[in-house]
Structure formats: structure tokens, C-alpha cells
Design a protein around this ligand. Structure first.
Ligand SMILES: Cc1ncc(COP(=O)(O)O)c(C=O)c1O
Length: 384
């Protein structure tokens, strides 16, 4: 049997990983500034993480949500403490798309309404509502098309206000990434997030903070939406939550009440997933990884800005993007194949950095030596 061919692949096979590094089957060592797409939060194969999952596997790996799973309560308590959202309620699932799907569905249950506001260049996942709220027609199958999603320009408070004035009483939810990831690292402004909060309050709509990529401490705050100083009603989480173990969830403000069976899942919140998620939070806390993400991110951004030919350096913490130009259009490929450094991208010309929150000074220096080397080749006058 062949694999269903949906991904363009780099011809690399990873067989070993540790911290911010991975090794291929030929023993070549790579610096991982992509974090397997923002997933590796505490570093590959962190010993505490490996031990917690292994110990749990020796006891019980899975039983269904029809019984008590105290690890879920332990996870909810620690998540509440570290995120500062102690009074929120946790629902666990398996992927980012599923988290957003549940968030949107819950907003509709809660308000009795059908319309969702999403934004240009948004990416919320590939399941039916999540993909309908994703601004990329090539991902949307005919069956996913719906008039219930309204796309508005990102960071445009006037357009948002206009929309609410016209049909605010039909709006179930506004869903927004705190920093658009797949869309190319676009930071939602504080003013815009506050406007969403106040319009949702005024019209009884639900503010959903898609924190799948920008959350879990990556920006130095637990949720990047927190920079606006207002709370969302629902936060969706995935990627960094399990450091590679598939675990996701939404946290839900106390005024949104649960009813039996409105949401459900077979695998969500299983014993192993909770052990992985607990290990991640324990390491984030004990190793001060949010502080590290903020400091390393600031350093990387200010050093990137020294390169004239790297444009529009942007982001917060360790969620960083910059544009390449015609003269250095092959930078991403060259970093990978000449210097063995993984980075992310967003079409057409954005390089995204989404490393582990435990990234160190040595890794940053290695990256900048490589960048300087590459840019001198394509830009001989550069002095860095
Ligand atoms: C902001 C955002 N939301 C949702 C998703 C979907 O997550 P998953 O691929 O786990 O379904 C992604 C994935 O890249 C994402 O970046």
C-alpha cells in the first residue's frame, strides 16, 4: 500500500532527537528551529517528559471518559495556575482542528446562533467548521462551504464594528489567532483584540482565542491574546501542549455552562495524553520556559533586524517571521541543506521560526552564523 500523497516532502528521515536538535538516519545533526511545526515546546525527548509518559504507560495507557480520570483534574489545576485562568473549565480532545471545531460548536450551542466571524489569512484547521473558517479556498471541500462564516480584514476595527452593527444579533462567535501562523506571522493588535472583546460583550457573542500555534507560553505569556489585557471566552490549545504527544483542548469561561453530551470524545484526555501534558507544564514551570521564550525571542528579533535584506521582522517571543527578498529567496532551503537548520515557512516568502521554548544562546549563535554566511553570498556588501 502507498501513502496518500498529500505532503511535499523534504528527503530527510529523522531517527533521533534531543533538545533543540534532531539527527537523520545517516547521523547528520540538525538544529530544529521549526519545532516540528511549533509542536516541540519543552525540547525533544525531555527526560522528565519521557519518564512521566513511560511511568504512566506501565500503569494504564487508556480508559474511556465514562470513568473518573484524576489526571484530567490534575492537568486542569496546573493549567489554571500557569495560564492564570483558574476559573475556566477544561475540555480535552486530540488536535487543533478538533479544539476549534468544539469551540465553534460550543459558541453556537451557547448563543443559539449560527454566524461566525473569522479573518483574512486565518488558519483554524481542516475539519468541517474549522476549515470553513480558514481563509484558503483550496482546503475547503464543497461540503464544507457555508454562508455561516463571515471573513473580515485582520486588525480592521472599523470593518468589525460595521459587521456587528448590521448583524451583531446573529453572531455566535469571533475566532482569531493571537498571531496568525500559517498566514505568515501577523500579530493581532491590542486595540483589535479589545474591540473584539467589547463587541462580543455588547452583542452576546463568544470570543474564541485560537491559541493552537501562538499559545502555550510561546510568546512569553501563556496565551498571546493576553497581551491585550482582556479575557477571551474560549481558548483553543494543541501543538505545544503535548510536546509531540497528540493532546489538545479548550478552556471555557465560567459563564458558559456545560450540558451532558454537548461535546464528547473517545481519545481526548486519556491517561497517556494527560501525563504528557502534565509533564510539559511541569517543565515549562520548573525551567522558566516562558521567560526564556520572551528573552530569546527579543534577542533573535533584534539580531534579525540588523540584516538589511531580511524585511518585516515581526512576532512575539519565539513565534517569529520575516520576509525574504528576491536576492535571498533560497535562504530557507540553503539553511536546511547547507547548514542543517530546520525553519518554517509561509508562502510566498516568509520564514517562520518556531523553536522549542528551551532554545539556548548557542543555538541562536549557530543560526546567525549560518544566516550571515548565506547573506554574504547573496549580498556581498552586508557587514554582519
Ligand atoms: C492557529 C492554528 N489553529 C489550528 C490548527 C490546526 O491544528 P491541527 O493540525 O492540530 O488540527 C493549526 C495548525 O497548524 C493552527 O496553526
Amino acid at each position: 500500500m502507498n501513502l496518500f500523497d498529500v505532503y511535499p516532502l523534504n528527503n530527510i528521515t529523522i531517527t533521533k532527537a534531543n533538545g533543540s536538535y534532531v539527527w537523520d538516519d545517516k547521523g547528520t545533526k540538525y538544529l530544529d528551529l521549526y519545532g516540528g511545526h511549533a509542536v516541540i515546546s519543552i525540547g525533544h525527548t525531555h527526560p522528565h517528559y519521557v519518564k512521566r509518559i513511560t511511568d504512566q504507560l506501565q500503569k494504564v495507557g487508556f480508559y474511556s471518559n465514562s470513568i473518573h480520570i484524576p489526571l484530567q483534574l490534575e492537568l486542569a489545576a496546573l493549567l489554571g495556575k500557569i495560564s492564570g485562568k483558574n476559573d475556566y473549565q477544561l475540555f480535552l480532545c486530540n488536535s487543533g482542528a478538533e479544539a476549534n471545531e468544539n469551540a465553534l460548536k460550543l459558541a453556537s450551542f451557547h448563543t443559539g446562533r449560527k454566524k461566525i466571524i473569522a479573518f483574512r489569512k486565518a488558519f483554524h484547521g481542516r475539519t468541517s467548521l474549522a476549515v470553513a473558517a480558514t481563509d484558503n479556498p483550496s482546503l475547503v471541500a464543497p461540503v464544507n462551504q457555508t454562508d455561516n462564516i463571515i471573513f473580515l480584514p485582520f486588525n480592521d476595527s472599523e470593518a468589525l464594528e460595521d459587521c456587528f452593527k448590521k448583524q451583531g444579533n446573529e453572531i455566535a462567535a469571533v475566532i482569531i489567532e493571537g498571531i496568525q501562523g500559517v498566514g505568515g506571522i501577523n500579530v493581532a493588535s491590542v486595540e483589535f483584540l479589545r474591540k473584539i472583546r467589547s463587541l462580543c460583550d455588547q452583542y452576546g457573542s463568544v470570543y474564541i482565542a485560537d491559541s493552537v500555534q501562538c499559545g502555550y507560553g510561546r510568546t512569553g505569556k501563556f496565551f498571546s491574546h493576553d497581551f491585550a489585557g482582556v479575557n477571551a471566552d474560549i481558548y483553543s490549545m494543541a501543538k505545544g501542549m503535548g510536546n509531540g504527544f497528540p493532546v489538545a483542548g479548550i478552556i471555557i469561561a465560567p459563564h458558559i455552562k456545560a450540558k451532558h453530551l454537548m461535546l464528547g470524545t473517545t481519545f481526548g484526555g486519556n491517561h497517556l495524553a494527560c501525563a504528557a501534558a502534565l509533564a510539559v507544564l511541569e517543565v515549562i514551570e520548573s525551567e522558566n520556559l516562558m521567560e526564556n521564550a520572551a528573552a530569546r525571542g527579543n534577542e533573535i528579533m533584534s539580531r534579525l533586524k540588523e540584516f538589511e535584506s531580511l524585511k518585516n521582522v515581526r512576532g512575539i517571543g519565539l513565534m517569529i517571521g520575516f520576509d525574504t527578498t528576491e536576492s535571498n529567496a533560497s535562504l530557507k532551503k540553503n539553511l536546511l541543506f547547507n547548514h542543517h537548520i530546520f525553519t518554517g515557512e509561509a508562502k510566498p516568502n516568509v520564514i517562520r521560526l518556531l523553536p522549542s521554548l528551551a532554545l539556548g544562546e548557542q543555538e541562536i549563535n549557530t543560526f546567525f552564523e549560518a544566516v550571515a554566511g548565506e547573506l554574504q553570498i547573496s549580498e556581498p556588501t552586508h557587514s554582519a
